[in-house]
Design a protein around this ligand. Structure first.
Ligand code: GLN
Length: 286
């Protein structure tokens, strides 16, 4: 008996040292065949056209193209998001920020949130999906990324009235007026990799995530400095700012934001013990 397609793909992925060969094999076969991943097993047979698509997909994967960018979607937090080469792939680490933001929204009855660098929309749309009374604004300088965020908004059935997308760069002088502040909460996963470290990243990241979503300037801090400078204007009194950060950056980021008048509220570590999400609060000025 000939080997099943499923086993054949698993073997190829193992040889290429792909970390989750069984899961990835099921997702690739499902995408090629147009079926649900949980139906793929040793009995799965493919039509000729699907076999050709699968071959192409495996070749891309063996060339280190990330799985989600091959199959066009990725599970994040509670939902599935459309992705392509124009957005940063949603990362499990960022789910920490979403969870922290969701708790604050719930406990404070917040009604508005701004996402700086909305990308695929995985952070902002997860929050809007969980809280039907919440209004969101998503800013990105990449129109191609905003297109993906809009597709995800439609796929997740979030009403148009509850979200606005703004095509803008936070380094622009008039950014605050463009966005329409203040907000109860501001969230951001800005580019934070020091420019000279980018070439050291995995091929999956450096060749397939947009450079503009990774490159944080010489020390990785350019966006934090800029956001800290405008944060008081973006936030309502007692509002929270939540940022994802890179390894060893937390202390510097805390200094940048407290120097700009925000109070450090909490730092949350990811599953590897790395300080990954920092929360600040705008002190009531009354
Ligand atoms: N977390 C990404 C990485 O692992 C970086 C994302 C970012 O710069 N915001 O490389």
């Amino acid at each position: 008996m000939t080997e099943s397609v499923y086993q054949e793909v698993i073997k190829k992925l193992i040889t290429a040292k792909i970390a989750s060969p069984r899961l990835e094999a099921r997702l690739l076969i499902a995408a090629a065949a147009g079926v649900d991943a949980d139906t793929v097993n040793n009995e799965t047979r493919l039509a000729q056209s699907a076999t050709a698509v699968l071959k192409q997909m495996i070749e891309e994967r063996l060339n280190h193209k990330p799985l989600d960018k091959i199959i066009g979607h990725k599970a994040f937090y509670k939902y599935d998001f459309i992705v392509n080469e124009n957005v940063l792939s949603p990362r499990p680490d960022t789910e920490i920020l979403v969870e922290a933001a969701a708790n604050l929204i719930k406990n404070n009855n917040f009604t508005s949130v701004l996402d700086l660098g909305v990308g695929s929309g995985c952070v902002l749309l997860s929050l809007l999906k969980d809280f039907p009374h919440l209004y969101g604004t998503g800013v990105d300088k990449s129109n191609a990324a905003l297109d993906v965020a809009r597709q995800n908004q439609v796929a997740l059935e979030i009403p148009q009235e509850r979200i606005q997308f703004v095509s803008a760069d936070w380094f622009d002088d008039n950014i605050v007026n463009l966005i329409g502040a203040p907000f109860d909460m501001v969230v951001s996963n800005p580019p934070y990799i020091p420019s000279s470290d980018i070439e050291l990243l995995d091929i999956e990241v450096k060749d397939f995530d947009p450079q503009s979503a990774l490159d944080g300037g010489h020390d990785g801090m350019d966006s934090y400095r800029r956001i800290a400078a405008i944060c008081q204007k973006l936030l309502a009194n007692d509002g929270f700012f939540l940022a994802e950060c890179g390894i060893f950056q937390a202390a510097d980021i805390i200094k940048i934001f407290t120097d700009n008048g925000l109070a450090h509220h909490q730092t949350i570590t990811d599953l590897s013990g790395i300080e990954r999400c920092i929360i600040f609060r705008k002190k009531d000025c009354n």
